[in-house]
Design a protein around this ligand. Structure first.
Ligand SMILES: NC(=O)C1=CN([C@@H]2O[C@H](COP(=O)(O)OP(=O)(O)OC[C@H]3O[C@@H](n4cnc5c(N)ncnc54)[C@H](O)[C@@H]3O)[C@@H](O)[C@H]2O)[C@@H](O)CC1
Ligand SMILES: [K+]
Length: 560
């Protein structure tokens, strides 16, 4: 598991480490600067030689070595302090370094001030930020150390404009986070042009070097697509102490006392493999005492819509079967029976006309996971969802099963139980949680801004069940505060996953995992992670039908 922190959590950890006497703020800043320099040379090894580029001839014909050049843009806080460290270290490596400062040197916080003075004391020059002209400035690397986790208000237009311009022309390195982006929400905190209402280009970098832990913003919102490559460098903070401080005991034995609301995790393959390795023992426990058949892998029921609309449910069903549900049945209205029967082989089919038919079918307790929504139709959803929820099986509600309650979300919330998983995309989320969505979509005026993590957590609390809020930054929250991000960014980017029917397959994946005995949070996290892996495995050109078919290869590669 990889922890994602808020700016406040990171500041608390740093402060506690400093207060404990284990380390000084100056030492942390030095390690941060050192980490940035190392990351730059790892990213661009061609820069290691400080004498870069062709050596121009002097008028007398003697070859003159051309030095590598860096421009460092420093801000008024400790992020600027990191910038001064980097400037000094690059100069020590033989680089020519130019520093621009936004702010008053006499007002720098103590550690940044010390590094400002070290830089000046070593012969370094500091120019006011107003003189920085990105178009006239030549450098092998630009460093953005203007704002980091302390960004608390909108960034003025003139600074934002220059940062945006510099970012497109050279190797642009963001120290901690691209300046102007909120570390908690990943939102753009650049002031809008009041006259035209136009916003400036979002800050962006080719490389972002952050310290010890990634922040939420590195994985959600516009920031997650603006950081280029993110490298997380170790600045020597004690992980156990940090986790203890934030309320999540490091020792898994004492996990019961953990404050789950404290830390958001980045779901990764280590977490996934833990889930699968416990699966068999879980199934033993869950099933062997019940019906004596420990090899049962569950039986999922996916409800389908009427004729011409059955494709979505068939996609979901295929996903549920491939991911490991032992049996998958499609519940089909009589009018669509022929259509579905002619298109399925390993799936089973049962007629489900309306609520009564569903209730009758659900008297078979072996049906342990349900999926309603894909292609279901609003009317059929209003009819079937209450019946399905009365039977308290693990249930995924997606698409029409969510939109069908847009005019009465409280009615739906009143019926939900703790083994439900809601899988809305942005539009469905807004229909069910209009007030939360409004807060999320409001143009922020200060930091830290309300984020997708905040929104999904609030929604899960209100619904009383797991909410999976889709996107390249899928956020999954449990009412008890547990929350994780399934990030399809950086090396996991799979933009071709945004294709018709892809969400139906995801609903099926989660349903299949529920059928196999995964708890709702684990099923949602695992399903979402595998969904992206399947897309990555196939690559561009993917259509939804391809997704379930990648699972065997993905499992094989994972060693499952
Ligand atoms: N000792 C520590 O706490 C360490 C901090 N580190 C660095 O310090 C950064 C956090 O430092 P700070 O908390 O000082 O915060 P920042 O350096 O991110 O910025 C805070 C400063 O910017 C001003 N400010 C905020 N929003 C503004 C806006 N829109 N326009 C103009 N000014 C604005 C604030 O008034 C304050 O002066 C991290 O991102 C990281 O780079 C690292 O050096 C590691 C150690
Ligand atoms: K920065």
């Amino acid at each position: 598991m990889t922890e994602l922190l808020t700016a406040a959590q990171m500041q608390a950890i740093e402060k506690a480490a400093i207060d404990s006497g284990d380390v000084t703020g100056l030492e942390l800043m030095e390690r941060a600067g050192q980490g940035v320099v190392e990351a730059i040379f790892e990213e661009w090894p061609e820069l290691v030689d400080p004498a870069g580029g062709p050596a121009p001839q002097t008028p007398r014909g003697i070859s003159e070595q051309k030095k590598r050049r860096a421009v460092v843009l420093c801000g008024p806080g400790n992020n600027g302090g990191d910038g001064f460290v980097v400037a000094r270290l690059m100069k020590e490596r033989g680089w020519e370094v130019e520093v621009f400062l936004y702010g008053d040197p006499s007002k720098l916080p103590p550690d940044a001030r010390v590094n400002y003075e070290r830089w000046c004391g070593g012969g370094g020059n500091v120019v006011h930020f107003a003189s920085f002209n990105p178009w006239a400035s030549h450098a092998d690397v630009f460093m953005d150390a203007v704002f980091g986790t302390g960004l608390s208000r909108l960034v003025e237009k003139d600074i934002a404009k220059k940062l945006g311009e510099a970012a497109v022309i050279e190797r642009f390195v963001a120290i901690d986070i691209p300046s102007g982006l909120c570390a908690d929400s990943g939102k753009n905190l650049i002031d809008r042009d009041v006259e035209t209402g136009a916003s400036f280009a979002s800050p962006a970098s080719h490389l972002t070097v952050t310290f010890q832990y990634q922040k939420h913003g590195h994985r959600i919102g516009v920031c997650a697509t603006s950081c280029g490559v993110v490298r997380t460098v170790d600045i020597g903070l004690d992980h156990k102490q940090a986790m203890r401080l934030l309320g999540r005991p490091y020792d898994p034995v004492s996990r019961r006392r953990a404050d789950f609301s404290a830390i958001v995790s980045l779901f990764d393959n280590r977490t996934l493999l833990r889930g699968f390795s416990t699966l068999e023992s879980y199934l033993d426990k869950a099933w062997s005492g019940k019906n004596g058949n420990k090899f049962t892998h569950g039986h999922a029921l996916i409800l389908s819509g009427g004729p011409g609309k059955t494709g979505a449910a068939r996609l979901a069903a295929r996903g549920a079967l491939r991911i490991g549900a032992g049996l998958v049945t499609l519940g089909v209205p009589p009018s669509a029976q022929m259509e579905v029967a002619s298109q399925i082989t390993s799936l089973m089919l049962r007629r489900v006309e309306g609520g009564e038919g569903l209730a009758e079918l659900l008297s078979d307790e072996r049906l342990n996971a349900l999926c309603l929504g894909p292609g279901l139709g609003m009317d059929r959803a209003r009819d079937l969802v209450p019946v399905a929820l009365q039977h308290t099986r693990a249930t995924v509600l997606d698409a029409d099963a969510l939109s069908g309650f847009a005019d009465a979300p409280d009615e739906l919330f009143g019926m939900l139980h703790e083994t439900c998983v809601l899988t809305p995309h942005g539009g469905e989320f807004a229909r069910l949680f209009p007030d939360i969505s409004e807060k999320l979509n409001a143009v922020p005026t200060k930091g830290p801004a309300y984020s997708k993590v905040d929104a999904t957590r609030e929604a899960a609390k209100r619904a009383g069940c797991v909410v999976l809020f889709k996107g390249p930054d899928t956020v999954i929250a449990n009412p008890d505060g547990r929350c994780s991000v399934n990030s399809a960014h950086y090396e996991r980017a799979a933009p071709w996953l945004a294709t018709a029917g892809s969400g139906d397959v995801l609903a099926g994946f989660i349903t299949g995992l529920l059928a196999r005995g995964f708890d709702p949070m684990q099923a949602a996290e695992t399903g979402a992670w595998l969904h992206v892996e399947c897309a990555r495995h196939f690559g561009p050109g993917l259509i939804a039908e391809d997704l379930p078919e990648q699972l065997p290869a993905v499992f094989r590669e994972l060693g499952i």
